[in-house]
Design a protein around this ligand. Structure first.
Ligand code: NI
Length: 227
């Protein structure tokens, strides 16, 4: 399932992130790739262990922690420190699937990538191409969002970034290990959560049906969550 999370970063945060990354030194994106995706990948990236990625990444992580929609959709257990990439001059990333287990270089931090995330960091009118195209059960979905908006998609999906034929595409990308590994189970919980919120807003938090449905949510999460 693809889930759009609007305005994870507000305009001020986008500007702060851009201030950091626009001034930083970029390297070939293949510095972080596995050998299969290196064949498909043509972009630039901030060094994973650099100061700029760490500073800008902190802004992203703080924003994620405040996003109720992100937490409900991803049920995050661990988030990989955000990375940043840049495409221009026809650069693209051909069809690939993301690595299942991500290790943070030089540390013992590792996660199983259940969800892949992209936060767009440039005005979509400022560049042509650069759509994120994700293949799923209902065919291909093409995603190009305003700066500060995020797309979450299953890390198991085949996906690609279309060539950027004008301007520059900037984004933050990272992976999430979810408490609920199975995409379908996570989807049910997300739908139930939204349904319960809607009922609660009509009936009030203390309404017996709301209490019962909230119990069902937590009992399913108890059944399915690994923490
Ligand atoms: Ni990818």
């Amino acid at each position: 399932m693809l889930i759009e999370i609007p305005q994870v970063l507000d305009a001020t945060e986008v500007a702060r992130v851009r201030g950091i990354i626009d001034a930083a030194a970029w390297v070939d994106g293949n510095a972080t790739s596995g050998s299969q995706s290196a064949l498909a990948k043509d972009n630039a990236q901030l060094p994973e262990d650099g100061v700029a990625a760490a500073e800008a990444g902190r802004i992203v992580l703080d924003a994620l922690g405040r996003s109720a929609l992100f937490i409900a959709a991803a049920l995050p257990l661990k988030v990989f420190p955000p990375l940043f990439n840049r495409y221009a001059g026809g650069q693209a990333f051909g069809t690939h699937v993301d690595t299942a287990v991500r290790v943070r270089r030089g540390t013992d931090f590792r996660i199983r990538a259940d969800l892949s995330a992209t936060i767009f960091l440039e005005d979509p009118n400022a560049y042509d191409g650069g759509d994120l195209i994700v293949e799923g059960a209902f065919g291909e979905q093409s995603v190009k969002l305003p700066a500060g908006h995020m797309i979450l998609y299953p890390a198991s999906s085949l996906h690609r970034v279309a060539p950027v034929t004008r301007g520059t595409r900037l984004a933050s990308f990272f992976w999430v290990q979810s408490m609920v590994r199975d995409d379908g189970a996570r989807r049910i919980l997300f739908d139930l959560d939204r349904g319960v919120q809607a009922v609660a807003s009509l009936q009030g938090q203390g309404d017996p049906a709301t209490v019962q449905l909230t119990g069902v949510y937590h009992n399913l999460l108890r059944r399915w969550a690994d923490v």
